[in-house]
Design a protein around this ligand. Sequence first.
Ligand code: FE
Ligand code: FE
Ligand code: ZN
Length: 276
Amino acid sequence: MTCYLGAHLSSSKGFYKMGQAALAIDANTFQCFLRNPRGSKAKAADPADLARLRELMAEHQFGPFVAHAPYIMNPCSKDEGIRELAARMMSEDLALMEHLPGNYYNFHPGSHVGQGVETGCRQIADMLDRVVRPNQQTTVLLETMAGKGSEIGGRFEELRMILDMASCQEWLGVCLDTCHVSDGGYDIRDDLDGVLAEFDRVIGLGRLKAVHINDSMNPLGSHKDRHALIGEGTIGEEVILRVISHPALRDLPFILETPTDDAGHGEEIRRLRAAL
Ligand code: FE
Ligand code: FE
Ligand code: ZN
């Protein structure tokens, strides 16, 4: 059984180098930012570099990889300028992703600032309808969140609302983050099947395209969002292994976002692979 395991890689010089960095830690998928995660300035696309990454991924039978939108993106800010910035950044990023067809672009739905969940979801859906281009080759993923503050996406129902409000549904999917859902109150440790059944009922498992595998520093329902190393948090390595090998999930790319560097992620990947 092929298992697509990878990690969020610390940024390096170029996409081909990123693919090599993934290979160096025994990964066959990865996640990265397309620009400085805290800034808004886009890197210019280098088509030759992107083509070399495509070749490397094909040669080494990589699963789809996940580009992660910058953290400062907030498509449901009450400030119109910040919403515009989010739309511009996502539009530029999706243009770059067309050089890497068939992969994923994941973003945090955002935090509403008093407008309420429904208006927030409407603003997110509106932005998606503006920036997703017909016939694009990238699926845009909404990430499940911990529900910290007024963060949207802490409940599966909120992601469902965004999907329902968007006309571009066909290009949308979901990325499940194990730390976030546990912090959000979904008991994947003691009832993984129940959580997946709930996901299927509300969103549909067909929408689930990628999984962030993180342990959590905080207990179930804490709404905190602090990732822990695999086996050093409240979820535990055994549960993460159950997630990776679950029949409903096992073909998806699994991405570590644990608090360590590339080498540390390599150790986690090897340990998980050995235990599978
Ligand atoms: Fe994220
Ligand atoms: Fe995540
Ligand atoms: Zn997180």
